[in-house]
Design a protein around this ligand. Sequence first.
Ligand code: UTP
Length: 408
Amino acid sequence: MTYNELYKLLENHGQTHLLKYWDELSEESKANLAKQIENIDWKLLDILKNRSEIENRGVLAPLGALEIDEIEARKEEFEKVGIEAIKAGKVCAVLLAGGQGTRLGSDKPKGMYNIGITHPLYIFECLINNMMDVVKQAGAWMPLCIMTSEKNNDDTVAFFEEMNYFGYNKDYVNFFVQEMAPSVDYNGKIYMEGKDRISLSPNGNGGWFTSLEKAGLVEKLEKQGVEWLTIFAVDNVLQRINSPAFVGATIASGRQSGAKVVRKAEPMEKIGVLCLEDNKPSIVEYYEITDDMINLRDERGELLYSFGVILNYMFNIEVLKSNMNKRMPLHIVEKKIPYIDENGELVKPEAPNGYKFETLILDMVHMVDSCLSFEVDRKKEFAPIKNKEGVDSVESARELLKLNGVEL
Ligand code: UTP
């Protein structure tokens, strides 16, 4: 597009400030900025304007889980199915590592964070160690796809290379890069990150399947015989990935997906709860259900809405493919967004200063017809690292790792 065309486009959307430094730019920078502007998804900004339309939830109902006692009693049966599937190469793990980890506040990808005390122990290393347990148990490597973003891809790939993939077989590892979305101030004006760069951030963890497909990996995995994808977050250092009992129980249940869940520590715990919405699996936040519902109990005195998700899911590839034409809800999230001020100086704000646009994987659960809710022991499988200190922090994760015999 020429300058005039770009100007016209931006004028229509009230964003001509993006061309403020045009005359100062080299030809190459002009071309880069033009490309970024051409790629802006204007629909996102329209949604921001009309966001008073709150999406109403359907009819909610509790969804019971396959509980730990039963899983223990049937462990052998589930593990047999799981190990067979893993050995046959039907299960691939997908690590979501495209996030910016702003709460942890490190400039590097979150997985490169060293949580060791007496020796280095990186978050990525913990995850690979956990996967290696399953590799050993099943006697087979599992394909692993790692989603990064434009912001952290080079660092992530270089780190895995430098660390020799922490002993994982690199032939089974694929990296793919997720898409970006513009960040805006509270008035919907797109921030600039440099004179020739608009402020872009990863578009949330809900776009992983589309990005996997765009990278040609869905086709590649299917050709290899993969039928199931298990998805997990970078920050839960204790989670078991593709644990054979989970894989086996999900397949044996005949459901389209599975989700690892933990029993809520207390009714108001800030964790998304897996339940039914209009008879389909769905995740609701603690603030979306009424007090009455939160406190509902069954005949054993257990909370009915009591199983929280830990971002460890398993989906059938075919089912995902057939659902991908559905639009995912867009979440508008307040964040701290670095930007250049009117003098062209980069500012790194201390407090949130605008919005990012994200789709979330938790909404994917509602796109499929059925989900096995699979309970795990939170002391053994749930140690998320979101913050530097306090709740869900490096400190709390270290305590839980020690409790599970991991040397720090
Ligand atoms: P979080 O919701 O904790 O976000 O991500 P975050 O970006 O890592 O951290 P904050 O909120 O900025 O502090 C949950 C999981 O989803 C991945 C993260 O890497 C993490 O594994 N994620 C998040 C992506 O892969 N892409 C995204 O755009 C966002």
